[in-house]
Write a protein that binds this ligand. Structure first.
Ligand SMILES: [Zn+2]
Length: 361
């Protein structure tokens, strides 16, 4: 079965200059929608589950769901990733249930809401990296706290996110500190804070450089050309999805997400993993609202879940095409985690710091 680690997949993406959307799942419908889209365009996938998703679906159900998807689509490499792990135990148990990659988010304390200091972040991330690399799993770390540069506020998602208000010093990743962090922790991928936030209400206007600090990505990529960067909260919150929801009885205030062109610009500067949840949630909700509004007598869940899957599949397919992920699945030969563990032990995968991309190749 074509399970792949995040590190191997993002190394391939970097080599060929594309990005990979990471879609969140909680249930079978979302899993099938992602895989049908990936199959249609031959794209490798990153499926991620938050702690909230693991609690909602149950670890055993999720494990067998991913096994089922991998069996259905043996030609599509699947990376199964823990989104926003809050401590070592969350990351260890994810790997126990078949995840090939974990995020240790040490920007917040284990409660998932208190901003942590740098020393704590380094220590807890390094502990997870040691544990994960022994078994060949990958680790994404986070430096800087995700939140809006417009308001200083975070958006809690699945119980994860700070409370209160933070300053730009905490909401923007410091490029020099990023170099130190990657060196100290040996993470495979780095999530950075540059104005994106979780949920639908990211920006009150179409974002410009003041509220979406793409220059931070470019500065970090210059210093860490071989580190895979991750953009969280990167749904585009398309107007047409907002309109469908509101047309059929929803009440979503006008909002803006991260424009696809900005993500494409990020991909040119080292962004390899782009987290998307809200767009898929909105696509499904709009489709379900439409059925409910047009056929109020309907009570067979398949009659509204099927259109919901169709709508989500369309969003996933579009992102695979926009990020350049399409067409690569068949060209990747996934290594088992045991082989990745040997590569880590041999020092082959240690971060290259202060080396330009050209010199490293
Ligand atoms: Zn996130």
């Amino acid at each position: 079965m074509a399970r792949i680690t995040l590190r191997q997949l993002l190394d391939h993406a970097a080599e060929h200059s594309y990005g990979v959307p990471a879609f969140n799942i909680n249930n079978m419908e979302q899993g099938l929608a992602i895989m049908e889209a990936a199959d249609a365009v031959d794209a490798p996938v990153i499926i991620q589950a938050s702690r909230g998703a693991r609690a909602y679906a149950n670890d055993i159900v999720l494990k067998h769901l991913i096994d089922a998807l991998a069996e259905m689509y043996p030609h599509i490499p699947i990376c199964m990733h823990q989104d926003h792990g809050n401590n070592e135990a969350t990351c260890a148990t994810a790997i126990q249930f078949g995840f090939t990659s974990v995020m240790m988010d040490g920007s917040l304390k284990a409660d998932g809401k208190t901003p942590a200091d740098y020393g704590y972040n380094v220590a807890v991330t390094r502990a997870v990296v040691d544990m994960a690399h022994w078994v060949g799993a990958s680790v994404e770390g986070e430096l800087g706290v995700l939140g809006s540069l417009e308001t200083g506020m975070g958006e809690k998602e699945d119980g994860h996110g700070f409370e209160g208000k933070l300053g730009h010093d905490q909401l923007l990743t410091d490029p020099d500190q990023a170099v130190d962090f990657v060196k100290a922790t040996q993470v495979d991928a780095l999530a950075i804070a540059m104005g994106t936030s979780h949920g639908a209400y990211k920006f009150t206007r179409r974002p410009d450089g003041d509220v979406l600090a793409m220059h931070v990505i470019e500065e970090i990529h210059q210093r860490l050309p071989n580190t895979h960067l991750v953009m969280h909260g990167s749904s585009s919150v398309p107007q047409d999805l907002q309109d469908v929801i509101n047309q059929y009885g929803g009440e979503m205030p006008q909002t803006w997400g991260v424009p696809v062109e900005e993500i494409q610009r990020g991909i040119k500067h080292g962004v390899r993993k782009i987290n998307i949840d809200t767009d898929n949630r909105m696509a499904m909700t709009g489709a379900i609202r439409k059925v409910f509004a047009e056929s109020p007598g309907e009570f067979d869940p398949r009659k509204y879940l099927k259109p919901a899957m169709d709508a989500m599949r369309a969003v996933c397919r579009q992102r695979f095409e926009e990020f350049g992920t399409a067409g690569w699945a068949g060209k990747i030969r996934p290594l088992p985690m045991t082989a990745m563990a040997k590569r880590y032990a041999a020092g082959e995968l240690a971060p290259k710091i202060g080396v330009t991309r050209q010199a490293a190749e």
